[in-house]
Design a protein. Structure first.
Length: 336
């Protein structure tokens, strides 16, 4: 009997030892898997987004930027801040991002990029919706940006000359009216290009300047009777209030030419332009190279828009009393 008890205890002890060993092995396996899982998990980045105002073009650029990072497999959280056209707000936003130590700043407009660069020389900055990066002193050159900043520009060298040529050849316009914020560096650059393009024609320029979006409608009305056509460049202040210009153009049968395709969709008659989502996406691809591949902004040349095309809005043509010509079918894409 005693032998049986000893035998039973031995068996029980062996069983308990085996259970402990198995339990220990299982615990090591779980910890190992968790460690492996943590290593395989994508790193998450904090991205500060600074944007001077809200309007469809800039919003589309931001959408494109986010999509590019998502397509690159990058996990990111975004702190999106809109300055509402106020430069003091603009600089405060950039300073806060620098103080928070975000992983990257996405600057959506020239003023936003300037404020970001003023706030930090260490955090990578990727911009878009910037007309003249060199003239704005954001980068040393398009090919060699230098410093902690690079991005995509929203101007194509042929856009303004092509638009002026189209107006000159297809419309009997003696005077082209423009509305812009003279405080926006990118607008001054574009207006100078408009002047240069007009110099090879018999057309004259009528200018109306604004300092904020509330002045846009009055500026548009001031061009009635002076301008045979209105050309709105990619000025953030004016584009944010574009509906005011569209209303004046429709009411007075003045052809309204615009600087980008989102404004055509909103009711502008025609534009030689590109989709802002495209240049935002291209900026996002550059950001991915910085965050994922360890590239420095200085190693990534500034990019021009890749796809330039003429787009005409049929409904806007009707509203402005413009007869569509058959020959335009060979030159342009049409939207309703």
């Amino acid at each position: 009997m005693l032998e049986r008890i000893k035998s039973f205890k031995a068996i029980a002890a062996a069983g308990l030892m085996g259970t402990l060993l198995l339990s220990g092995c299982g615990s090591e396996s779980t910890n190992g898997d968790a460690g492996s899982s943590d290593k395989e998990k994508e790193e998450s980045f904090n991205i500060g987004v600074t944007q001077i105002v809200e309007h469809p073009s800039l919003d589309a650029a931001l959408d494109g930027f986010k999509k590019a990072l998502e397509d690159s497999g990058i996990e990111a959280s975004y702190d999106v801040q809109i300055a509402q056209g106020d430069q003091n707000n603009n600089q405060s936003i950039a300073n806060n991002f620098a103080g928070d130590g975000v992983d990257l700043i996405f600057a959506n407009s020239t003023p936003s990029a300037l404020s970001a660069l003023n706030a930090t020389k260490d955090i990578p900055i990727v911009f878009t919706s910037v007309t003249d990066p060199v003239g704005a002193q954001l980068v040393k050159s398009m090919d060699s940006p230098e410093g902690n900043i690079t991005g995509t520009t929203d101007t194509h060298p042929d856009a303004i000359p092509n638009m002026v040529k189209f107006i000159n050849e297809q419309f009997e316009a003696g005077t082209v009216g423009v509305i812009y914020n003279s405080g926006e560096q990118n607008s001054e650059v574009q207006i100078e290009k408009v002047r240069e393009a007009l110099s090879s024609t018999d057309m004259k320029l009528a200018e109306a300047t604004v300092s904020n979006s509330s002045e846009v409608k009055q500026a548009a009305e001031s061009l009635v009777g002076k301008a045979d056509a209105i050309y709105i460049i990619t000025d953030n202040t004016v584009v944010s209030a574009l509906e005011s210009v569209i209303q004046v153009s429709n009411d007075n049968d003045i052809p309204l030419f615009v600087g980008e395709l989102d404004s055509v969709k909103r009711g502008g008659f025609a534009a030689y332009g590109f989709d802002y989502e495209d240049i935002g996406y291209e900026a996002g691809e550059m950001a991915a190279k910085i965050l994922k591949d360890g590239k420095k902004p200085s190693e990534l040349p500034v990019q021009y828009p890749q796809n330039l095309k003429l787009v005409i809005n049929k409904k806007a043509a009707e509203e402005m009393g413009i007869d569509l010509k058959e020959e335009w079918s060979d030159l342009a894409e049409f939207v309703e």
